[in-house]
Design a protein around this ligand. Structure first.
Ligand code: SF4
Length: 281
């Protein structure tokens, strides 16, 4: 059975960079703390745990006077985290992706200039929590036009709209279209990252050419979830799996071509294992 892999799949440059930096730090220092998950992938997080990195959810878990290194994840953090980390006196290693730094700067600038910042994104995602922090806590977060309609916006205030880097172009443009129809002053800042855009378009392209498409990536990963949604919309049977063990052979029945793509935080070795399992079917 032909197995086709999407042109752009798996680790993006931001994740690759964060992964490389974290590996270097654990080689250099035995007392390394990671605030949150470096990236949203269980296999990567487990690998770092085995190497000795201590995962913490909050800086309060580190006692004052502790020596070592603190790694900040690729998703970025709100500005106050840098201040709190400095007080602790640890060496700070910031792996925030440059594509995330850009909307952070924009959110801060828009808020300082008096715009109402609107973030198209997922409220619970660490990147979005960071962006809200950079807006001074003033940003409104929505993920759909329906959600936006529930928000009471000041008609007189200019609106500055940006996107979580892993949003779909479709949801960002529908929100922009709605705002432009209903409000006078809307500034659009499309901050969806290049890697996301490439992975989304090549996944859709592949989904249209196969009978079944498998999206390899963690349930925690926002960009993987988006790939699954977009591929499902093409009408092709779509399944998201975290590892080769989750591959259900019944899905392959009657299929002639199978496609594989993967989220930006999925390591090569996990994609490879899925490919190998499919080849034995
Ligand atoms: S998906 Fe985009 S923003 Fe996120 S780490 Fe990769 S390159 Fe950076």
């Amino acid at each position: 059975m032909p197995i086709l892999t999407a042109k752009h799949a798996g680790f993006c440059e931001g994740v690759e960079r964060a992964y490389r930096i974290a590996l270097k730090e654990i080689e250099a220092d035995k007392n390394v703390f990671m605030l949150g998950n470096l990236v949203h992938n269980t296999q990567v997080v487990d690998k770092f745990k085995k190497l000795g990195i201590k995962n913490i959810k909050d800086l309060s878990e580190i006692s004052p006077g502790t020596t070592g290194t603190l790694i900040l994840s690729a998703h970025g953090v709100p500005p106050e985290v840098y201040e709190q980390a400095k007080v602790l006196g640890l060496k700070i290693v910031d792996t925030t992706c440059p594509w995330v730094k850009k909307p952070q700067r924009i959110a801060q600038q828009l808020a300082q200039e008096g715009w109402q910042v609107i973030i198209v994104g997922d409220k619970g995602h660490p990147e979005v929590k960071g962006l809200v922090g950079w807006s001074g806590g003033t940003a409104i977060v929505v993920q759909s036009v329906d959600e936006l309609k529930q928000v009471r916006l000041d008609q007189e205030k200019p609106l500055g709209v940006l996107a979580q880097t892993t949003q779909s172009e479709e949801s960002f443009s529908s929100i922009i279209a709605y705002l432009k129809q209903n409000f006078k002053n809307v500034k659009e800042q499309n901050t969806i990252c290049g890697a996301t855009e490439k992975r989304q378009s090549s996944a859709i392209d592949l989904a249209k050419r196969v009978d079944l498409i498998l999206i390899v990536g963690d349930k925690m990963s926002a960009n993987t979830k988006r790939l699954t949604e977009l591929c499902s919309k093409t009408g092709t049977e779509t399944h998201q799996i975290q590892t080769a063990e989750e591959l259900n052979l019944a899905w392959l029945k009657g299929k002639e071509k199978v496609g594989i793509t993967a989220g930006a935080s999925t390591p090569d070795w996990v994609i490879w294992e899925v490919e190998q399992k499919l080849k034995t079917c």
